[in-house]
Each structure stands twice: as structure tokens, then as C-alpha cells.
Design a protein around this ligand. Sequence first.
Ligand code: AMP
Ligand code: ZN
Length: 492
Amino acid sequence: MPIQLFNTLTNSVEPLVPADGKRLRLYACGPTVYDYGHIGNFRTFLQVDLLRRFLQQQGMAVEHVMNVTDVDDKIIRNATAANVPIQEYTRKYEKAFFEDLDSLGVEHPEHIARATEHIPEMVNLVETLEQKGFAYKAEDGSWYFRIAKFPEYGKLSKKDFDGIEDGARVDVDEYEKDGARDFALWKAPRPGEHRWETPLGPGRPGWHIECSAMAMKYLGDSFDLHAGGEDLMFPHHENEIAQSEAATGKELAHHWMHVRFLLVEGRKMSKSEGNFYTLRDLLLKGHKASAIRFLLVSVPYRHQLNFTFEGLTESTNAIERLRTFHQRMLKGGFAAGRNEEIARLTQKAAEDYTSALAYDLNTAEARAAIFELVRAANASADAGRLQADNATEILAVLAKFDGVFAVLEDRDAAITRTALEWAEREGRMQEVAPELLTALSLSEEQVDALIAERNLARKQRNFARADAIRKELADKGILIEDSKDGVRWKRK
Ligand code: AMP
Ligand code: ZN
């Protein structure tokens, strides 16, 4: 089935096809590692993860590049305030970012490119732009892109820059001015600032040149898809297009995907509003990583997701339902054979799931198709109509769904435990929800008592109770191991 995706550049839903017929070359703007990632950032990374997983499931190879912005205005400001070298400052947050991606089940891109490790490529690009008359050096030693020479400026964000003032400049990385101004490609250092000595003079790269240089290095002058949050459309992506296309004369990316910003409890997320959450904040409040993933992906990427705690609870319950159903299908015990009506429903769920994702990644419809199957199959199983072959087919559909949504495997307790260890190291235990602390504080005696109860339940052949105890212990981070000398346990 051909995969269609909205293209910001053409303002229409178009087939997503690799130009080389083999692999889809994708560049997605990565994090600026100056702080812990928040749920807005992760919504964007998760939607890209969802897309790449689905493409692969449909048999398309993906070559995905993500940059790590480890030098920019904010990083320099924060590292200076903390009085540490920028490298030391950013590594901590970069490491945390990748841990968070793992917690959320995000697959790693094929290439991860740090800005500070690609300075020569950026310098080369600025030199090319200078040779072609698109870049100039200002009196203070900074280099700028001459927008007046690039008439297509604004073609992505559909902003009209007629009558732009030639030579008006802006040197901050992020700006939202409607009036276009020449933006910085290379910034001369302020006193005491980290700098690179280069043929352009001392200084550091502007944010936009990073992505142009790294995208083209790994994917070539032209590639298939460029993605990021909607805030990046202007000026960041517009500037990437200007820099790259001015230098190469070729289209930078054929398709542009922008993920809509999320709201939290109906408002723009902001620290001053008190509705700003990093992934770690939510884990310490006792929310499960799987539920956060599920909530962030369940609303299609072009729709506004309103993140609420009610929604998070709903998401937790939905996953529980899915996992219980999965267990039920795995456990079996159904009569041999195949019920044709259920088989048809199963087939339809699989088709609806695929066609929903194939048309502009409609995660809400894909999810609804699977939950409709869960409802119908549970009812049939209750009525004794579901048969063994149906269970096998349903398991195959669930596996397909989970190849993209990735919420069935229960890694939640282990992830929460890691977050708590981090909170302890960072002195943030006061933020931890009381119920998590209780879970953590199972004493040795309590563990021994539960194990004794489990042994008794097993002797009485009450395996449901025995399993429930094992699960309770696992949720609290206790692993038990049955051996011929009895039961051993350890903390995860
Ligand atoms: P940053 O680390 O700020 O450069 O952002 C990393 C990614 O997260 C970019 O693709 C941003 O567009 C995206 N992003 C930032 N805030 C939000 C938000 N509230 N909702 C969705 N995506 C966001
Ligand atoms: Zn970028």
C-alpha cells in the first residue's frame, strides 16, 4: 500500500517515495541539549519514530539522520552561568535525552550527528555560499546569509517577504519576525565565549547552518523527507532551504513533515504557567513510560494534542486492557479450529490499521481499529466462540500493531526504578509520588513474607495468586528466581 504524507512545501497529502527507489532518506531535527527533554519535544520525536517504524513494517528501508545541537545561544548562556565548558554541560543532557528515548521506546536513527563534530563541513558550506554571493562577512566578524539574493525565501512557511530590506540583520538563533532579515551563518565570539579558529575567522556556527551541513553530509544534496516540530518551519527550516539550495542549486528535501505543538491542560506549555513537564517529571509522579508514549502518539501528528492527566489515566487503562487481552490470546485453551466471522473481523482490523497509518499516519484510527478487535474478540471469547486459529491470527495483528505503537512489553517498573535512582542522585526525591516510595520501600521481611505466601499458594495449586504475587514483586522491582534449592530474589 502506498504511504501518503502531508507535505508542508506543497500543502497537500502526497505519496512518500524514496527517490532512489530503495531507501527513504530522512532528516529530523534533533534536540538542543541544554536541559532535559519535555513532553512536547518527545511528541515530535515519537511521531517520527512511529513513521519510521511503519515505513519499515511496510517494507521500506529508512536512513534516518538526527542532529544533536550541542552549541547554540542557550547552551552558551547556561554553560557560562554554570561555569563549565559547553562540552561538559551538554553531554549530561545528551545522555539523558537518549535514556529518555529508550524509556519511550524510540528507535535510534541510523546516524546521530553532533554539531560540534561537523564544524569543517559548516565552514565549507559558508565558503561555498560566499563564492556564490550568498554570504557576506559583517564588520564584527560574523557571517550572514543575504536573503535578498534568494527570491524563493518563504516558500515553505508561505510567508511573503516582498520588499525585504537588504542587509538588515538578525544574529540570534531563534526569532519569529515576519520581516525577513539576513540571518547569521557564523557568529564572531563575544569575550570569553567558546570559539573555533577557522578560515572564516574565530567563532561558532549559527544553528541553521548546522542542519544544512549535516543533512547534506549524510544524505546528499537532495533527500526525501525532512521533519521537525511546527515551530521549526520558520525560520529554521526556511533558512536551511535557503542555505542548502543556494549552495547546490538543488531541492534540499522533497517532503517536509511538521508535527503540531501540544497543549497541556488546554494551554501552551510553559514553566511560568506551571504546566511544563519533562518525561522525568511525569515518571517521578508515578506515570508509566508506556502510557506517556501511547498518549503522545495516539493523536495524529497534524492534530493538536491536548495533554491532560485524565488522558494519561485513560492511556494507562487502555494499555492495561491491551496487555490483558494479549495474555488471554497467548494463554490459549480455545477449541481447535477457526470461527469465520471472527476471522473476517480480524482481517478487517488488520486492513483498517494499515490503511489508517498509510494515509497521513492516522494513529487515532489505527488505534481504534485494534481496540474494536479487542472488544469483539473478548466478547467472542466470553461466549466461547473464539477458536485457536483465531487467537493465532489475532496475535499476528497485535504484533503488527505493536511493531509500531510499541506498548505491549511491560518495561514500566524498570524504567520508573531507573528514574528514581536518577532522582536520588540529583537530590530530587521530594518530587517523587508517595506511592512510588512505598513501592520502593519493600523491606526484606516484606519480600520474604510475600515469597512465603507465594510458596503456599503454589502448594495449594492456586497459581493465579502465585502469579499475582510474582507480578506484584516485579512491579516493586523484586526479581525472583525459582531454583531447586528454593526461591532466590534480588532487586532489579
Ligand atoms: P529543541 O530541543 O527545542 O530544539 O526541540 C526539539 C524538537 O521538539 C523540535 O523538533 C521541536 O520542534 C519540538 N518541540 C518543541 N516543543 C514542542 C511542543 N510543545 N510540541 C511539539 N513539539 C515540540
Ligand atoms: Zn534542524
